[in-house]
Write a protein that binds this ligand. Structure first.
Ligand code: BTN
Length: 243
């Protein structure tokens, strides 16, 4: 596949693109067999062993950078739906903003990072798919809501085939008209229509998740009225559980 670099080992695929951004073309993608210092959202680390598929795609000077995180989530769901067997398709969804879940377990995390140079903004869209780790891996990493495709479906799709399919979908959905992706994202988003716990620096708030704003913010309502939350500032959980 054009402009998809496969490394044996890397600290972080997002960091690889960041270091080399000036020389890399738009839509360049990189993956690695092993990622040793992966980064997650909100300053977390992204624990991994060789059972995780890390990849990053560079979107240079996107028209609407704030929509990329939604676009990437929808792209991963499409790729998984096509490669993991029809029977799990109805269970694939997105916990806002972009944890891809099957049932109530997280199988993929997405970290979109902006790189500003002068007036332009480039976005590195980093995706980590849990392919073959076992239950013990997630328990010892302190993420019991995580699961791999192998745990949930009995088998994991071929690593390179899945990587190529996700890259192809991300490239396509990051360049097309946002209207169609936005509606698709909202249909996939399992957070909508639920009571949720919004956890921020100043504590926790319970609200009803109503909608997704076109900039990706979650539109909520509680006894004080409507408000929007930004995924960079809060995390959202179900009332009783992760989803
Ligand atoms: C999350 O916190 O849910 C987002 C995790 C994103 C992990 C991926 S793995 C590939 C890319 N490189 C990184 O260092 N992080 C992202």
């Amino acid at each position: 596949m054009k402009d998809l670099l496969c490394l044996d080992e890397v600290d972080s695929t997002n960091s690889y693109i960041r270091r080399n951004i000036a020389e890399l073309p738009n839509l360049f993608a990189v993956t690695a067999r092993l990622q040793t210092a992966g980064r997650g959202r909100r300053g977390h680390t992204w624990e991994a062993n060789g059972g995780m598929l890390p990849l990053s795609v560079l979107i240079k000077d996107p028209v609407s950078p704030e929509t990329l995180t939604l676009r990437a989530g929808a792209a991963v769901c499409e790729a998984l739906g096509e490669l993991c067997g029809g029977e799990i398709s109805p269970e694939i969804g997105i916990k806002w903003p972009n944890d891809v879940i099957i049932g109530s377990r997280k199988v993929c995390g997405i970290l979109c990072e902006s790189v500003c140079s002068g007036d332009s903004i480039d976005v590195i869209c980093g995706i980590g798919v849990n392919l073959t780790q076992d239950e013990d891996f997630f328990v010892s990493a302190g993420i019991p809501h995580g699961a791999s495709l192998k745990m949930l479906t009995g088998t994991a799709p071929d690593r390179s085939a899945l990587c190529e399919r996700i890259v192809e979908k991300v490239r396509r959905l990051c360049e097309c008209d946002f209207g169609a992706v936005y509606e698709r994202y909202k249909r996939l988003c399992v957070t909508l229509g639920k009571q949720v716990r919004i956890i921020g620096e100043n504590g926790e708030r319970v609200a009803f998740a109503l909608d997704i704003a076109p900039n990706g913010f979650l539109v909520c309502k509680d006894e004080n009225g409507f408000f929007e939350v930004n995924s960079g500032e809060v995390s959202v959980r179900g009332i009783m559980d992760y989803v």
